[in-house]
Design a protein. Sequence first.
Length: 381
Amino acid sequence: MIYLDNSATTKPFPDVVKSYSTVATEFFGNPSSLHSIGGQAEKLLTQARTQIADLLGVKNNEIYFTSGGTEGNNFALKGAAKAYQGRGKHIITTEVEHDSIHKVMEQLQEDGFTITYLPVDKNGLVSVEAITSSIRKDTSIVSIMHVNNEIGSIQPIAEIGSMIKRQKPSVLFHVDGVQGIGKLPIELKKANIDLYTISAHKFHGLKGNGVLYIREGLMLSPLLAGGGQERNYRSGTENVAGAVSTAKALRMQLDNQLYKKDKLVELNRYLRESLAQMEDTVIHSPLEKSIPHIINFSILGVKAEVFVHALEKYNIYLSTTSACSSKSNTVSKTLTSMGVAKDVAESSFRISLHYDNTLEEIKITIDKIADTIKWLRGVMK
Ligand SMILES: Cc1ncc(COP(=O)(O)O)c(C=O)c1O
């Protein structure tokens, strides 16, 4: 199998599954229980929180466990919007965010918030000046993704954070870091980030696990009310095995980021050069300011869905656009915002790599892509 859909989800590291299994079976206590079995679970949860805090360079009381990126984004935005509505009901974001941001914005709009959606340029980048000039007296939140899930463009997060700090420090800065973490360095404090979402299954952890960083001193309105776990922010018996396995996955992925990034740059270059040589191929992922993991391209005149299934016959797995929208047949909003024509966007594909993909796999993929194009063009004649 050649799996090239790692922005949709990753295969868990075997050690991560092992640590989940060990904790789930041997340390199954409820961290709130008074007895020693509960105490052991609580200790593991605290350790996992501290490990993640250390890896992210923050304090452990700034780490909150969630069920993943969607919950983290919902919690950050709804929790901050409600708690800080006294500062104003205007929120700034971009046209290219994940649905777990856009759909929340729609809900907030129903609650009387005004949302500014900023476009991106032809490279998928939002302009810092556009954010600056959109900030109003009643702006309370700016939410911008670090890395775009469809084309891999990297938004200037640190620059945006310092601009907000200078211009209107009361504005909260949320970053959807789901596609950025483990791919490129991030310094939450230096970048003046107040809220930061990550999801374990995007870095070889397990689905249903995530983390929301909430800067110390902020008070959000909780999404889930109940027994008061996670310092009253997320009630419900804690998923200790999930938290421990997330800490492990994050450490392993950050090691990969450190030691295997150059190899990925090589694979990306090979892919780009090979795709560029193919007839009627357009590469959408920008050459600069984008991560090497994602390469988004169109093959003109080829129906994306047919192509994905044709490659599957060779045991090669890539995707049409983001996983969530790939079944709904909607045109990529990222490509549309970049000014890509609808028919071109409709025939777009995303290859998303992981650190252990090999050049051999990429060479096979390129060969099979070429064969499939030839075959499809023949069928269409
Ligand atoms: C940028 C981005 N944010 C949020 C999410 C949602 O994460 P999860 O699948 O953990 O809910 C995704 C998932 O694809 C994503 O790519």
